[in-house]
Design a protein around this ligand. Sequence first.
Ligand code: CTP
Length: 205
Amino acid sequence: METLVIGIAGGTGSGKTTLTRSLKERFGDDISVINYDSYYKSYDTLSFEERRKLNFDQPDAFDTPLMAEHLRSLIGGRPVACPVYSFTEYIRTKDTVTIQPAKVLLAEGLLILQNPELRKMMDIKIFVDADADVRLLRRILRDVKKRGRTLDSVAAQYLATVKPMHDEYVEPSRRYADIVVPGGGRNPVALGLIIGRIQEHLKSS
Ligand code: CTP
């Protein structure tokens, strides 16, 4: 059967993970998730201090050829060894996680709708939207609690790269979306519609 590929993009803290998790919890093994974040380039030759100054919000920050290859494999029914990226060390770890092919594939990430090669592989494109102040608050809480960052470093990074790159790359990619989900990942009406579409695909398979 054909894999239904759903791309889920949106700014930092918009609720991509919440939406993806809700769908995964609802459908279990019928859904596999591939996250563009796992494909951040590693820059192993740079020091930690040099790595943390990089711009992680522009297209070149990602190993897109590997992401595209893995997406193609999953669509073709082959499992992939997905890299594991460390947001505390700013580096790709030696670990990998196996992603199994499934009837529905969720491809999630900040700039996933920005890249034409990735876009072409998607059947449904979703842009998750939330106000910038809400997104920033979520980002601060997450980065400080889960990514070992200081408040000062989150603020400096937000002003230097996150916000300008959002305006340059993330926001314009909204135009490619079939569906815009306002209110972030907790929009029960939008969630219901997406669930309905997935159920339709699963029934027809
Ligand atoms: N990033 C970072 N340090 C790195 C690599 C990435 O701070 N070493 C940040 C980038 O600045 C980018 C963000 O990670 O803005 C991308 O993840 P984000 O979209 O915030 O998180 P998700 O959990 O994928 O999405 P959401 O918050 O919408 O659930």
